[in-house]
Design a binder for this molecule. Structure first.
Ligand SMILES: O=C1CC[C@@H](CCC(=O)N2CCC(COc3ccc(F)cc3Cl)CC2)N1
Length: 308
């Protein structure tokens, strides 16, 4: 599946030689993989979980920073078994998509690419309700995507979303210095995500460390500034959110402050809103201790089915 993004002026010409041999960062041929081509001409790897029966809704999954869509297989299959068509892609600079690892010129690119993919799926399956699921940075993408099309989504499910900054890691001084540094040394690293903050499950921490499709390098200053800008954008739009949402957050999350979820729950005027806090749980709730993860899966499954 190869959907040519609306390339300004360059659209429509026959794919030249290199397009035919375009390969993923891991060396696989895009022409042999499901993919879309974003409006900057970058190839994004896609995943589709298509139900055996006629789909009764669409769900898009948006992954977080430094990971990829393959980590949502179990969750996606559970939802697919409800006769729902689940789809996702690896964001620019992630997994099997093109782009320098965890680098983004502007956070809006992530949202623009998701809207392109959503529009393509709406064309193929007209009239179906669409739900979004976003984790961490993917939660921020889901919030901003829904905000651009306030009436298009039947619901947004957020797993430990990035909504506000961790107070200790982002004092006003540090934020100021990051912005200043961005002008002189945008590519220096601020430090990488501590794998032990991912989950209390040793096995899931090992899986995260050993997955070659994950990025374990440092968060670059330029990327951090995009995240800072995103957090500021979300703060501004929270009071305007009216779509239904489900917030799931681990009480002991050290990567995305749970206060962001409390803040969204208290600030967004949506009538249909739910917040569930998982005692002592870490960041990646869908890859936490089995008890937590099974509760999270059931919660998501029930929330969607109830709103079909
Ligand atoms: O399964 C998985 C594997 C990975 C994880 C998802 C990770 C993810 O997306 N995060 C967590 C880290 C967070 C860092 O944030 C900042 C850093 C510097 C800065 F200056 C400002 C900010 Cl805001 C952004 C959001 N889930």
């Amino acid at each position: 599946v190869s959907i040519q993004g609306q390339l300004g002026g360059l659209g429509g010409e026959m794919p030249s030689e290199e397009c035919a041999d375009r390969v993923t960062p891991q060396g696989s041929l895009y022409r042999e993989l499901p993919h879309i081509i974003n409006t900057d001409g970058q190839y994004l790897f896609c995943r589709y979980w298509s139900p055996k029966t006629k789909p009764r809704a669409l769900v898009m999954i948006m992954h977080g920073a430094g990971e990829h869509s393959g980590r949502y297989n179990e969750l996606a299959e559970l939802i697919m078994n409800e006769s729902i068509f689940v789809f996702a892609h690896d964001h620019v600079g992630h997994g099997q998509s093109e782009g320098n690892r965890m680098v983004i010129s502007n956070f809006q690119v992530y949202i623009r690419d998701c809207l392109q993919h959503i529009d393509h799926m709406k064309e193929k399956y007209p009239g179906l309700n669409i739900f979004l699921i976003g984790h961490s940075m993917g939660g921020a993408i889901a919030i901003l995507t829904a905000n651009e099309r306030p009436n298009d989504f039947a619901g947004v499910m957020l797993i430990a979303p990035l909504i506000t900054l961790q107070p200790e890691t982002s004092t006003p001084t540090k934020v100021f210095l990051a912005r200043l540094l961005n002008y002189v040394l945008p590519n220096i690293g601020l430090g990488s995500i501590d794998p032990n903050f991912i989950s209390r499950s040793e096995e899931e921490v090992k899986n995260y460390i050993n997955d070659p499709l994950n990025y374990h390098g440092s968060v670059k200053v330029s990327f951090a500034v995009q995240l800072l800008n995103t957090v500021a954008r979300i703060e501004e739009i929270l009071p305007k959110i009216t779509w239904p949402f489900l917030l799931l957050h681990g009480e002991a999350d050290k990567l995305c402050d749970i206060n962001g979820s409390y803040h969204m729950y208290d600030t967004a005027p949506s009538k249909d809103r739910t917040l569930k806090v998982y005692t002592s749980a870490y960041h990646v709730l869908h890859k936490e201790l089995p008890q937590v993860t099974s509760e999270v899966f059931t919660e998501i499954q029930k929330w969607i089915v109830k709103r079909l």
